[in-house]
Design a protein around this ligand. Structure first.
Ligand code: PAF
Length: 283
């Protein structure tokens, strides 16, 4: 496994790999790998013969006061896990290698960021779309793999890939959960034991909503009320949003007469968690 530190070296490596006729599959991450990331790597290895993992905590997707500085990092552990999963290259640049002091070009979408997490993190998706564009231009992949836990991020990347004509196949991978249902996230390490109990209410409220829809509930307001009740039963939880929306446009939906996305974001102590589920109506 090779570790590449600069954009220039990565581009040269990608060029050489393409010349050899290999298919590059790319898994971008911010590191501190967990089972969810490993599932992206495993899925990725099914779609090509050269697996590139990037590890870069991207400053432009964090606003002032968010956890950029304290975001968990453990490169040695990540590298060992990547090697075990058959990663060919880790691309791990320094911040200064990707962002010059006079950097001023950003990629932003008009509509998809104006929902869900974009409402409380107004600059986040501009940072994500920008770094993913840069990484696509550096790693030159044929396919790239993203998790469905960050549903809005995946929707934005699919739209951006289509709108900007990137010749890259975007592959989405289902959420990986802990045995108790908590969606895997690098930020779960912030949770104290009692907060973890509170955090389980996210998955519980989604599962309850799925049951309600399966047994005939068609009003989004009822699902939202129930979810809010389940989550608010824990004093350490503070709800950012609970939304039922169209899985493609992310616009709110009132009547559930087709599959809808239920998405939520909750602060548990100082840890902001997200989760989602596509709900399928009865019949
Ligand atoms: O999902 C993430 O870990 C990040 O948002 C990504 C896609 C690696 C961009 O920094």
């Amino acid at each position: 496994m090779e570790i590449i530190k600069t954009a220039k070296d990565m581009q040269a490596h990608a060029e050489k790999t393409r010349m050899q006729g290999k298919t590059i599959v790319f898994v971008p991450t911010m590191g501190f790998l967990h089972e969810g990331h490993l599932s992206l790597l495993r899925e990725g290895s099914r779609h090509g013969d050269h697996l590139v993992l990037s590890i870069f905590v991207n400053p432009t997707q964090f606003a002032a006061g968010e956890d950029f500085e304290s975001y968990p990092r453990d490169f040695e552990k990540d590298a060992a896990a990547a090697q075990k999963e058959g990663v060919d290259v880790i691309f791990a640049p320094e911040k200064a290698n990707l962002y010059d002091d006079d950097f001023e070009t950003y990629v932003s979408l008009e509509k998809l960021p104006n929902h869900l997490c974009g409402l409380s993190r107004p600059t986040h998706f501009r940072g994500v779309a920008t770094i993913v564009t840069k990484l696509f231009n550096i790693v030159k992949p044929h396919a790239a793999v993203f998790g469905e836990k960050d549903y809005q991020q995946l929707a934005i990347i699919r739209r951006m890939t289509r709108d900007l004509n990137f010749d890259i196949r975007i592959i989405g991978v289902p959420i990986v959960r802990e045995p108790d249902g908590l969606a895997m996230s690098s930020r779960n390490t912030y949770l104290a034991p009692e907060q973890r109990q509170a955090a389980l209410s996210l998955y519980r409220s989604l599962s309850e909503a799925q049951n309600m829809v399966k047994t005939g509930e068609t009003r989004a307001t009822r699902l939202i009320e129930e979810a809010r009740r389940t989550i608010s039963a824990f004093p350490e939880n503070s709800i950012d949003y609970v939304t039922v929306c169209d899985p493609d446009t992310l616009e709110d939906v009132a009547l559930i007469d087709r599959p809808v996305l239920m998405a939520l974001a909750v602060r548990v102590g100082k840890c902001r968690l997200i989760d989602n589920m596509v709900l399928h109506p009865a019949g």
